[in-house]
Structure formats: C-alpha cells, structure tokens
Design a protein around this ligand. Structure first.
Ligand SMILES: *[C@@H]1O[C@H](CO)[C@@H](O)[C@H](O)[C@H]1NC(C)=O
Length: 234
C-alpha cells in the first residue's frame, strides 16, 4: 500500500515541476509534516454534496438591450457576452472542493466565485452562473478543474486565466494572455462584445513580503514600468 501512496504523491508532484514555483515548494514542504494516514484522511464535510440545490432565481426583467449599448452605464446583465477573470489562488479556487490534503493542488476553477461555470446557479452561485441566467450563451465560464503548475488549455480553464501564487507584478503577463486569447477565440467579436472582467490580486504581495524583502522593490519597479502597459494595451 505504501508504494501506491508514494507513487501517487510522486505523480502529483511530478505534474508540476515548474522552476521557482514557491507555492509548490511550500506545499511539498508542508506534506512532509503529515503522516501517511493524515494525508489520506477524508474530510467529506469540506466539499459540497452534488445533491445540494439553491432556490430558483427570479428577476422580473432579464432581457437584453434592443441594440448593443455603446456606453458602459447602459449595459444590462443580458448584454454581457463574455466573462473573464484574472488573479491568484482565490480565483483559481485551489483546493476549494478538496476533501484530502492531497487534493489541495487541484484548482477547482469551475467553482471559482467570479467565473466558475460548474452546473448552474442552483448548483453553485458564481458571478458567471448569475450572468448565465440572463445570457445562457455567455462565453468564458470555467468548465472544469485543473492541476496547479500543469499547463491547461482554454477548453479546461475557460477565461479563468488566474495563476495560483501570482503577485501583482505578474498581472501584465496575465492581461497579455487574456487579450491574445480573446482576440483569437472564434466565438467572440472582440470590438463589439461586452465583456465582464474581474481582477483580484495582491494577497500574495502581503504574504510574500516577509519571506522576500526584495519583493517590495519589484513591486515599486512594476509600478514605475509595467503599469504603463495597462495604458497601452490593445
Ligand atoms: C465536490 O466534492 C464532492 C465530494 O467529493 C463531489 O461529490 C462533488 O461532485 C464535487 N464538486 C465539484 C464541483 O467538483
């Protein structure tokens, strides 16, 4: 049995050999403090049973505008064609539905608060599932889970392009990835479609500062240089 356990842990870790991946290293280090029994222990109460249903959502007017709004204050929920999200582990939803310690590297992107597309509003209340009530053809909700550190295609992530462990200075690369993906995605009219983008990042800046005092320098540099990127993105 022990070889099986070791094989599972090794496979899980081998999936993510990303160099300089602090999150992964810390996780590995953390595992070493657990007994084999503790690692395998199931915590079923940490996950949501599949039978759970929220009440049906009702709203008197869920229609779109008669023509594509030209200004953001006129956009109705049903006018939103595309949803996207950037950020860190709070958006990748790492471990969100894990029931064992070994399940923690799994990113439950499909239940992420901002963009999870698992089931419907009745299964999980995410921003994407709320917008879907207004526009069932919404493009971008995350359809499935991924494994941290393993490259995942858009068919698994949707436009949940958040990266576990990222700091604020990683945001320009995420934005670039998102824009390139939106522009080449065939179901999207990049210029005409209204898109709802959520960005939640910065928690790791605070957590990482005590581990890496040079981080603050990096953040200041980012403010001075890469921030210009945001004013020039096309
Ligand atoms: C969450 O975990 C429970 C128990 O393992 C499982 O039944 C359910 O399908 C999972 N939900 C998602 C969205 O992965």
């Amino acid at each position: 049995m022990e070889w099986l356990f070791i094989a599972v842990v090794t496979c899980l870790l081998a999936l993510c050999p990303v160099e300089g991946d602090d999150w992964r290293l810390e996780y590995e280090e953390g595992l070493s403090h657990y007994s084999e029994e503790a690692l395998r222990k199931e915590f079923p109460e940490k996950s949501r049973p599949i039978s759970f249903k929220h009440p049906i959502f009702m709203c008197p007017d869920m229609s779109p505008s008669s023509s594509v709004p030209t200004s953001v204050e006129l956009v109705r929920a049903a006018d939103i064609k595309v949803i996207a999200a950037l950020g860190d582990s709070l958006t990748t939803a790492i471990g969100a539905n894990a029931t064992t310690v070994l399940g923690i590297p799994i990113e439950f992107r499909h239940v992420s608060w901002s963009i999870g597309g698992y089931g419907s509003f009745q299964d999980v209340i995410t921003l994407a599932n709320i917008i879907r009530l207004f526009n069932p053809n919404l493009v971008g909700p995350a359809p499935s889970k991924t494994v941290h550190g393993t490259p995942a295609p858009l068919c698994e992530t949707g436009f949940n392009l958040a990266v576990t462990g990222h700091n604020t200075f990683n945001l320009p690369e995420q934005v670039r990835h998102l824009i390139d993906s939106l522009k080449t995605y065939e179901d999207i009219d990049f210029d005409m479609d209204w898109k709802l983008l959520t960005v939640l990042i910065g928690m790791n800046d605070i957590c990482d500062y005590c581990k890496d005092k040079a981080l603050l320098t990096k953040l200041f540099l980012w403010q001075a240089t890469d921030r210009r990127f945001f004013y020039s993105i096309k």
